[in-house]
Design a protein around this ligand. Structure first.
Ligand SMILES: Nc1ncnc2c1ncn2[C@@H]1O[C@H](COP(=O)(O)OP(=O)(O)OP(=O)(O)O)[C@@H](O)[C@H]1O
Length: 192
């Protein structure tokens, strides 16, 4: 079995498992193999991140994508969307009762929005750290909102706040065919 993320093939026999590298073969115990599989699965976490209309208008798209790329995350979905009100309302449905909800829906559905799906270890929590606090006044200067935002209603980016939210939002914004599974050549330089 070839495991692209690991960069080598795994072949199992009844006693031990054999890892076949390019030049040599190393025998490993099944427990080590399980650990390897776990680590690969661990890198499969996905999040939904959106560059909001204010940032698109301000020409910050390339900059924001670069921050995620340079961190080491893998882009598996990307598209420019003009969200209709239904999509915007659905996306922020948990905030339906908030007084700012109508303005928020107006703003997001004014588009364009860059919808993205990023993949990697702990990507949901790390993406939120890269974004910074919701209110730019409270976000650290090194974060995206800390660097580029001033008002809470123009806070540049969104990213899912939990793994379950990410699953819901990815399904809401992307079809299965729009997500691309691929193996970056640099994976072994990003993960130990
Ligand atoms: N008090 C507020 N007044 C105006 N707008 C607000 C307020 N609180 C939140 N918002 C807007 O609603 C969005 C969603 O709020 P939420 O509480 O889900 O924060 P968040 O998860 O950090 O933001 P987002 O969902 O956009 O990533 C915020 O990004 C912000 O633009």
């Amino acid at each position: 079995m070839f495991v692209p993320s690991l960069g080598f093939s795994l072949r199992e026999n009844s006693v031990t498992s054999t890892v076949c590298c390019k030049r040599n073969q190393i025998s490993v115990q099944p427990s080590q193999l399980r650990l390897g599989k776990f680590l690969v699965m661990n890198r499969r976490e996905r999040t939904f991140t959106a560059i909001k209309p204010d940032a698109v208008h301000r020409g910050l798209v390339g900059e924001i994508i670069s921050i995620f790329e340079r961190k080491g995350y893998k882009l598996v979905g990307l598209k420019l969307v003009l969200p209709d009100r239904k999509l915007a309302e659905n996306h922020y449905s948990e905030l339906r009762d908030k007084p700012f909800f109508p303005d928020l829906v107006d703003f997001i559905s004014s588009g364009p929005v860059v919808a993205m799906c990023w993949e990697g270890k702990d990507v949901v929590r790390t993406a939120r750290k890269l974004l910074g606090a919701t209110n730019p006044l409270e976000s650290e200067p090194g974060t995206i909102r800390g660097r580029y935002g001033i008002d809470i209603g123009r806070n540049v980016v969104h990213s899912s706040d939990a793994v379950t939210t990410a699953e819901r939002e990815i399904q809401l914004w992307f079809t299965e065919h729009e997500l691309v599974d691929w193996d970056p050549a640099v994976a072994r330089w990003v993960y130990e």
